[in-house]
Design a protein around this ligand. Structure first.
Ligand code: F6P
Ligand code: MN
Length: 328
């Protein structure tokens, strides 16, 4: 294992990508969020925090206590951090403008606790984040400033809370993976320069949704299930947490799919804080990300919680899925 910490690696990435100042501070704060949430998740069962709050969020999903804790933790950690102007989160209908952040140059889009359906089964969960630069307007931040395509991301990453806690990020250069040494509370570089393998891995999709798909989607998934896709033999794997499914796909290759449905053509997953950041990481690792028609990174958001279909993973697999859907 390389004994580089996240901050040291990030300074190197910054130097090579000549990213602008302050980003490493933002990233280090995100590692603090990750460490705090890893600890909350580990203890949640002991202290009775596995349940629901009894309310629904803007997405009409039932809110878990840990969802609220994760969102509050994120906001607290970025409080009084003037380089971040505003945060858009899965758990908040509107953006949260940070006190003192009027002149901040970054915007953060975050899914603080991805896969919270796994809370009470000790399954994988995650945090997904994307960092955008604010346009230099000289005016108070507006919601439209978040409506940037994923190509504009200056950094994106995710944290995986599983048997170990990992953080994977890219600042536009290499994709690097770090593992948390819990005993000293520090992330060390364990997976430098990640590249997604081609021609191997699983296909990952919630196949119970089949009755809701159109014929093209059904036929496309069937080619993977029946091992008829050109990409070769595929096992089925589905963790039910996007971060968990993507992390496996990034390391082992294959494809993750959350297609549109006849009644919900945009599917389930959200562009700003799920699809775009993971698409950015995947492309930088040599893979691909599509909404079934165009690269995810070219989709321009029109709302904070906008959904898009998602096809994410090894380049050949994503190209084949899109081709078989007859949309490319
Ligand atoms: O954030 C949405 C999410 O929880 C993802 O983490 C996960 O991949 C997906 O929903 C699971 O959705 P479904 O239960 O419909 O398969
Ligand atoms: Mn999520």
């Amino acid at each position: 294992m390389n004994r580089f910490t996240i901050s040291e690696q990030f300074f190197l990435d910054q130097a090579s990508a000549s990213a602008s100042g302050g980003l490493s501070t933002v990233l280090n704060r995100l590692t603090l969020v990750a460490r705090m949430l890893a600890s909350e998740i580990m203890r949640a069962g002991f202290v009775g925090k596995l349940g629901y709050t009894g309310t629904s969020n803007v997405q009409d999903e039932e809110v878990r206590e840990l969802d609220v804790i994760s969102n509050d933790t994120t906001l607290q950690v970025f409080e009084n951090m003037p380089m971040v102007a505003a945060i858009a989160s899965e758990e908040m209908e509107d953006m949260h403008v940070l006190p003192g952040g009027e002149d901040g140059k970054y915007l953060i889009a975050i899914d603080p606790l991805d896969g919270s359906g796994n809370v009470d089964v000790a399954g994988q969960m995650g945090t997904i984040f994307g960092i955008y630069k604010r346009p230099a307007t000289g005016k108070p931040v507006t919601i439209e400033e978040f409506y940037q395509p994923g190509r504009n991301l200056v950094a994106a990453g995710y944290v995986l809370y599983g048997p170990c806690t990992m953080m994977v990020y890219t600042a536009g250069g290499p994709v690097n993976g770090f593992t948390l040494d819990r005993s000293i509370g520090t992330f060390f570089l364990t997976h430098p320069n990640l590249k997604i393998p081609e021609g191997t891995g699983a296909y990952s999709i919630n196949e119970a949704n089949e009755p809701k798909w159109d014929d093209k989607t059904r036929a496309m998934v069937e080619t993977f299930r029946r091992q008829e896709a050109d990409v070769g033999k595929r096992s089925a794997r589905y963790a039910g947490a996007l971060v968990g499914d993507f992390h496996r796909t990034l390391l082992k290759g294959g494809i993750y799919m959350y297609p549109g449905e006849v009644a919900k053509p945009n599917g389930k997953l959200r562009l700003l804080y799920e699809n775009a950041p993971l698409g950015f990481i995947c492309e930088r690792a040599g893979g691909a990300a599509s909404n079934g028609e165009i690269p995810i990174l070219d989709v321009v958001p029109t709302g904070l919680h906008q959904r898009t279909p998602l096809f994410l993973g090894s380049k050949g697999d994503v190209e084949e899925a899109v081709r078989r859907m007859g949309k490319a």
